[in-house]
Structures are given as structure tokens and as C-alpha cells.
Design a protein around this ligand. Structure first.
Ligand SMILES: [Ca+2]
Length: 429
């Protein structure tokens, strides 16, 4: 009896110590523009969430047990009192020598005593079972406590980012290179008009040129069918060794292209499934503000061997093909924000976010197709050309293997060996 209550109290103490544990977890509602993007934090705190959810059930079970034990305790107590009282009465009767008179009464009382003793045995069995339950619960609590301690230790340690982020910062990657950075990797940049610094992958070559990479496709590991907010903020993963896919984010690209007086060149690099590499440069590249739906503008096709797909393409379907597939001056569209020149939604039917016209001749955020060649049948419910397309190189039913979109000031694009240097650098990917 008593030991069981002590054990219950012990279990309750455990509960109290649990309830006071700080709530932790990674159930953050959503990512913000800069926080967490490109960071590598453990997500095992999700286990803590699970445990915290489980706690109230155990707590309820234990209070239920406690109530039952209290009831049994009261019953047993009163039964014991009654037995004592009856024993006293019996001895009084015996002493007074009135056995005959009280014989019947006494035998009834003895029956009662026997019944009460039976009840007590049953109750003791119940108590024994309940004690077993408590012990098993205590074992579970101890396990949970152990787990909680482990998780707390994990959660109290600061999120260690094992990714190597270089200490040099600048307005963009060229500025970072100008300040002495010679190695490609992750750097923080803060364009003049930006409110906060953000992480970028800088590709720094042996000529001291620093390219700020804004888009990367390489293996189809990231789905590019994202909504307006995701394209605005960026998605995918930045990696210090350039092994992951991402979209840096329209807001950051906007800041990078409008806060310098020197025109920005957008360099596009493409790899097909045979390993061939080509590139295209566009100078005076700018992305408008969100109020203008991140409109794409550039001055002119500056060069390259991939051809000028941004200028549109005559597919032979219609005389206005080229006009309606050009991209200069187009606003950005996503499946939830249609800013294209088409009755339907290009972004929805082609599964991407892009500067859609009606719809495209270049489509680098398209669906990833292993092996490259695909058909209307592969293209899903709409059946349109939705791959990673640069139609002045490969036709629209060929999806490229790798793409890179990156920025560099015009003043640096021709330095260190001119166009050929760019090709060589690219060849070293
Ligand atoms: Ca439309």
C-alpha cells in the first residue's frame, strides 16, 4: 500500500521535471528571406516535438492511476476499521458470557469479516497490478527522460554550421575577389541597396574575376516548380563546393543588378548530355523590383556560342513565333502569379518560374529530364515543351543536363584573356 504511493509520488516528480523542460523543436512555420538559407542545421529536434506531444498522455494515465489508488486506499482503511470494531465486539460478547444471545449475530459478523478479507485480497491483487503498471510507466518515463536529456544537450549546443563560409564580404563576388579572395566558395555579400547581407556562391577564377552565381541546375535534385514567394526568396541549397542546385531569389538578383553603376553581364553556361559546353552573355542585365514583377531587361546579346535564345526563336509553327518567345522585357511568372502574354498560364503548364512570354525559347528553370530527350507524352498533363531548354543550341524536346546563371560587372568580363578566357574557365567546371 504505502510503497505503491511512494512510487506514484516518484513518478509524479518525474512528470514535473519533464513539464519544466524547455520546449524545443524545429517546427518553425516557414523560412524567412535570409535565415536558414544555405545553413546546415540538425533537424533531430523534431524528435523532441514528438516526445513533448506524448507527455500529456502519460501524465493523464498517471493521474488516473493515482485517483484509483486513493479510492482503494480509502476502502481498505474503512474495511480495516470495521474488522477491528467487529473483533472488539466479539471479544466483548465472549467476555460478557452472552454467547447464546449473540451467537447468531457473531456468526453473521464473522461472515462479514470473511467477506471483507476476501475483498481486501482482491484489492491487494488490484493494487499489485497497478503497481506493475506504475513500474512499467516509470521505466518508460526513465527512458523518455534519458532521451530528453540527450535531446536537450543536442539542442543547447549552438547549431554548428560545418559549411565553410569565407570571411571576406563585399558588394558582390567581384568586390569579394577585388578584396583578395582567390578561392571559389560561399561568401556573404550586401549590395548597396540591400537591407541585409546574404549568402552566395562566388566563382572566382585565376584572373581575379568573381562571378556571383544566381542559378544552378546539375542533377535534378531540386524541384523548380515553386510559387512566387519561393522564387522571390530563393530555394534549393548553396554548397561550398558547387555541388547543389538552387535559385538565389528574385529579390537578391534584383538588388545585385540595380545597385551598381557598372553594367552587369549575365553569363549563362550550359552542358548537354554528351558533355558539350556552351555559353551566352547578356550585358546591361537587370531585374526590376517586385512592384514590376521582377521584369527582365538587358541591353544586348554580348556573345557566346550557345546562340541568343532570349531573343526568341522561329519554331516554324507561326510567323509570330519569334516575337512571342522572346524574353527581353518580360515580367516573371509563377504558377500562382501569371504575368505572361498567353491566355493560359505558361508557368503552370511548363512547371517553372520564368520570364514567360507566350511562352519561351529559353527555359532554364524547367523540368529536369534524365538523358535529355523527352516527348509531349513525357511532359505530363499539358504536353508542352517544359524541359530545361535553350533552343538556339538544342531543340525544345531536349532538356539540358546542367545550367549556370551568374553575374559579373561588364568591366571584368573581357579582362584576363577576353572571351576565350571565359570559355576556358567554364571548361574547368
Ligand atoms: Ca497568362
Amino acid at each position: 500500500m504505502v510503497p505503491s504511493l511512494v512510487r506514484t509520488a516518484g513518478a509524479l516528480l518525474l512528470l514535473v521535471s519533464f513539464s519544466s523542460a524547455q520546449l524545443r523543436g524545429d517546427a518553425a512555420p516557414s523560412c524567412t528571406q535570409n535565415d536558414g538559407f544555405g545553413l546546415y542545421c540538425p533537424t533531430t529536434c523534431g524528435v523532441a516535438d514528438y516526445m513533448i506531444r506524448y507527455m500529456p498522455t502519460v501524465e493523464r494515465d498517471l493521474s488516473h492511476l493515482q485517483r484509483e489508488l486513493d479510492t482503494i486506499s480509502n476502502l481498505t482503511q474503512s474495511a480495516e476499521e470495521k474488522i477491528v470494531y467487529m473483533k472488539d465486539s466479539t471479544s466483548t460478547v465472549q467476555k460478557s458470557g452472552l454467547q447464546d444471545t449473540y451467537f447468531k449475530k457473531t456468526s453473521n459478523m464473522l461472515d462479514d469479516v470473511a467477506r471483507f478479507e476476501k475483498t481486501i485480497i482482491t484489492q491487494e491483487q488490484q493494487i499489485y497490478q497497478l503497481q506493475n503498471m506504475i513500474s512499467s510507466n516509470e521505466r518508460r518515463m526513465a527512458d523518455l527522460k534519458q532521451l530528453s536529456i540527450q535531446l536537450q544537450q543536442k539542442c543547447t549546443e549552438p547549431c554548428t554550421d560545418t559549411v565553410d563560409i569565407k570571411p571576406i564580404t563585399g558588394l558582390d563576388c567581384q568586390d569579394v575577389a577585388n578584396k583578395g579572395a582567390t578561392v571559389s566558395g560561399l561568401y556573404y555579400v550586401k549590395p548597396r541597396t540591400a537591407t541585409e547581407q546574404f549568402l552566395v556562391y562566388c566563382e572566382i577564377d585565376s584572373f581575379g574575376r568573381g562571378f556571383t552565381v544566381i542559378q544552378r541546375r546539375r542533377d535534378g535534385s531540386v524541384d523548380f516548380f515553386k510559387d512566387w514567394i519561393q522564387y522571390k526568396q530563393g530555394f534549393g541549397y548553396l554548397s561550398p563546393d558547387d555541388t547543389t542546385e538552387f535559385w538565389l531569389g528574385n529579390e537578391k538578383i534584383h538588388q545585385l543588378t540595380v545597385s551598381s553603376n557598372i553594367p552587369t553581364v549575365l553569363r549563362i553556361e550550359l552542358v548537354d548530355w554528351s558533355g558539350n559546353k556552351k555559353y551566352a552573355d547578356y550585358t546591361m542585365f537587370k531585374l526590376g523590383a517586385e512592384a514590376d514583377n521582377y521584369r527582365l531587361t538587358y541591353g544586348y546579346y554580348f556573345g557566346g556560342d550557345a546562340g541568343d535564345a532570349f531573343d526568341g526563336y522561329d519554331f516554324g509553327d507561326d510567323p509570330s513565333d519569334k516575337f512571342y518567345t522572346s524574353h527581353n522585357g518580360m515580367q516573371f511568372s509563377t504558377f500562382d502569379k501569371d504575368n505572361d502574354k498567353f491566355d493560359g498560364s505558361c508557368a503552370r503548364q511548363d512547371g517553372s518560374g520564368w520570364w514567360m512570354n507566350r511562352c519561351h525559347a529559353a527555359h532554364l528553370n524547367g523540368k529536369y529530364y534524365q538523358g535529355g530527350v523527352y516527348s509531349e507524352k513525357d511532359a505530363g498533363e499539358f504536353g508542352y515543351d517544359n524541359g530545361i531548354i535553350w533552343v538556339t543550341w538544342h531543340d525544345r524536346w531536349y532538356s539540358l543536363k546542367e545550367t549556370t546563371m551568374k553575374l559579373i560587372p561588364l568591366s571584368r568580363i573581357a579582362s584576363g584573356g577576353g572571351e576565350q578566357a571565359g570559355v576556358k574557365q567554364f571548361g574547368g567546371l
